[in-house]
Each structure stands twice: as C-alpha cells, then as structure tokens.
Write a protein that binds this ligand. Sequence first.
Ligand SMILES: C[S@@+](CC[C@H](N)C(=O)[O-])C[C@H]1O[C@@H](n2cnc3c(N)ncnc32)[C@H](O)[C@@H]1O
Length: 285
Amino acid sequence: MKLKPIQHTFLKRLAAFYSSEEINAFYYELIEFYFGISRINLALNPDVEVDDASKLNEALKDLEAQKPIQYIIGETEFYGLKFKVSQSVLIPRPETEELISWIINDCKDASAKINILDIGTGSGCIAVSLAKNLPNAKVYALDVSAEALKIAKQNAELNHVDIEFIEDSILDVKHSKLLSEDLKFDVIVSNPPYVRELEKELMKPNVLENEPHLALFVDNDNPLLFYKAITNFAVNKLYKNGSLFFEINEYLGQDMKALLNLNFNEVELKKDIFEKDRMIKGVLK
Ligand SMILES: C[S@@+](CC[C@H](N)C(=O)[O-])C[C@H]1O[C@@H](n2cnc3c(N)ncnc32)[C@H](O)[C@@H]1O
C-alpha cells in the first residue's frame, strides 16, 4: 500500500482540528515510529509502500478523537531522553525542562554526594533527567499513583538510572523512609497538581479528556494545597541551606513568593520561555 494517499487522508480528516504543519508532523512521526522510515527517507522515496497500514488508520482515528500523539505511540522525548507515557501520567512539558536545567546548573559542581527528592514524579521525567545528568546524586521519587510509578520505573530502566521510588501521598506522609530522621535531602523538587478548576475552560479538550486529572487539578479555594504541604515537609526534610524547587501556576507567582519567604532565603521566581512566572526556588533558612 502506498503511503502518499494516506498522507492526503490525514490532511483532509484532521483539517478541522490541526494546522497542516501539525498534521504533517504527526504523520511523519507515525511513519517513523511504525515503519522506521525517517522523514528524509520518505522525501527521497515518495512512492514507498508498506504491507499493512492498519496502525496508521487506528492512529488517525485517535487523532480525530483528539488523543495526544504521545499517548498514541506511548512515548515522548524530554530533556533529550526517551520516556514511555500512558494515560496514567502527565505528558512531560517543555516548561519542566527549564526547571531541570536550573537544578542541574545549581548542582553540577557539587563535589560530595547529594540527595534529591522529586515529589509527584508521574512519568519520572524530572527524577530520571536529574539522575542522568547529575552523577553525584542519589535520586528518590515519590507519587501517590501506583500506575504512574510503574511507568516511572520503566523510564528509569530505559534510561539506565538508579532511582528509589516511593508510593505515598505528600498530603499525608506515612512511608517509614520519609518519616525517618536519617534521611534528609539537599534538593527537593516538585511539579505538583496546580491547575484550578476555574482554569478548566482555558484548557484544550485534548488535555482535559486524556491527561490524568489527579496530576492536574486543585480546588479553586485551596490552589496552594500541594505547595503548602511540600514546603512544610521540606522545612523538616531539607538540610540547612538545602534547596526547594517548584514548577508553579503562572497566575500564582506572587502567592508562591510569599509562601516561600516564610521559611526560605534567596527566593527567586523565574519565567518560562513564554514569559510566564513558571518556577521558583528557595534556600532553607
Ligand atoms: C503535574 S503532575 C507532574 C508529573 C511529572 N513530575 C512532570 O513534571 O511531568 C503531578 C503528579 O503528582 C502526583 N500526585 C497527585 N497527588 C499526589 C499526592 N497526594 N502525593 C504525591 N503525588 C501526588 C500525580 O499522580 C502526578 O503524577
């Protein structure tokens, strides 16, 4: 079966939802994923044929239903690494890569071993990227979702890093390791759920209908629920001068600054590439 007519079908059936650039990007990504044919090879051999195009037709139906391509193929790229994803985990976002660069830059000259904890690890994208780039770090990663932790463990294996995973809720910590006085951290990082229910209407249906709500939403009347719990935890579990890093809701930068100022020095708010308040750091007093 020739591929060219299938590309035309993609362009026609998806035109109501996506730009032609986006549709072509999906198409080429799928061809590479299912048949191992790169975009450049396809351009060089436009009449190339495949035996069975059924997977492409299935993917087209999923795209029409606005399923994100990362869930269709079950993987994505993040911080230059490959990650498996399922609908139990949030698709890692580019903004989070900026947070990771900040942490790596801060920690790269540490001569001694450092302990890092990632709270709400999801796919493990933060924990795995830090472990991969900070050979001196012992990385721990926590999530309340057993399904998310399964994926995160696969991602640690896929990327050949050793991470200690913990299943627990940061809102009600029970795990003996985390309660133990013996374990303290140099760095705690979290990208917790931070989207208020009232912001739902600003979100695209492909996010709302496919990504796990456990990873996204907080009540309108307590949007800093996770940040408050994590800062309280960090006050007890960071070494003195240890650092707390958060990804944050762009609308809550000033509230986050006020929260961190209570117990942290050198509080620094940073914008993402879209000029939105997106991450914050504090150093424990
Ligand atoms: C915004 S996602 C972040 C996922 C990943 N760290 C990333 O940056 O892409 C938030 C994560 O927090 C987890 N989570 C939600 N409630 C939690 C709780 N009470 N304790 C620990 N983790 C929780 C969710 O399962 C989800 O994986």
